[in-house]
Design a protein around this ligand. Sequence first.
Ligand code: GAL
Length: 381
Amino acid sequence: MRLTKKVMALAMASCMAMSLAGCGGGGSAETTAAPAETTTAAAAEAETTAADAAAEAETTAADAAAAVEGKDPSEIKVGISIYQFADNFMTLYREELQKYLVEECGLKAENISIMDGKNDQGEQMNQIRNFITQGYDVMIINLVQASSEPTVTEECNAAGIPVVYINREPEAEREEAWVTEGIKATYVGADARQSGTYQGEEIVELENKGDADGDGVVRYIMVQGDPENVDAQYRTEKSIEALTAAGVEVEELVKMRGDWDQTKGQEITANALSQHGAKIDVVFCNNDAMALGALQAIEAANRKVNEDIYLVGVDALVEVVEHVMNGKMTGTVFNDYFGQAHTAADKALDFVNGKEVDNVYMVDYVKVTPENAAEILELIK
Ligand code: GAL
């Protein structure tokens, strides 16, 4: 109940097109829309009697209800593999996914198997093959390497098991191939370009546009996630593009991979601060875990965020949103794991129930600044 309220508030706050009606919400919203259209059309046709229209609407509703029912949820077996349990953001995602499948979709906890890919593609491949051998109905996979998608899809498809990929997006051509080849696979994620643009805009929207030392150039360091991952690539590119598009002159002082990891974020920022010192105006981090590490380094170097340096991340971890509220961080971007987990679960069950599933679903990001941080905190806490 508490969750449903939160999710509704969240959707209202950000106008996100996410599932509001519990499990399969997207599906039932579509099916309620259909009879309504039928009724409107019937009313418009002056010749059609009210009785005919009502009868027609009833039949449509009955058909829709039958289609929604599908397989008994308590019998559905879902195999899930997360690229790495140690990842902060994917931990929130995984917990929400499990909770939603059990509490909203009616699956039995023992029919949901969630494996730790341990950042090892070989290990994850074994887990997927075990799911196939054990006859799971559907898989939800957060690939260790997006480039392994063709092998995973081929093996699952051969076994007749649909796959919902999450978080690490496969190649666009592959997503097209699923459609043309009639393969039961889909991707549920968020457009990383948007998160990068939002980060850049948070800096551009500052009174001095991020030029902390007022010398006319915004000098920055970029702490990257895993650069093989499109999230890291686009956030790196689009954050800076937002600055240059606004006419801000920029200079990159350091760009290093921190693999989404707090300790690495701290080390990279500490080294950059000792090398470039006061020249650094902005620290861009591809995610919040690394931004928390960067904050430790910034504080250790006696610099003050929002006074002589700016710091932005992505994800909206609780601790980071609190820092945005109390001024210790400039901003972050909410990576909506509620919307993503719910859509992934809904689509997995749609596959099992033989419903139509598109090849890509994107959930919107939301900017988090001091203006709305309290509101976002309310939703995620
Ligand atoms: C990103 C997220 C990161 C990390 C990564 C893993 O979307 O912002 O914190 O979890 O996914 O692929």
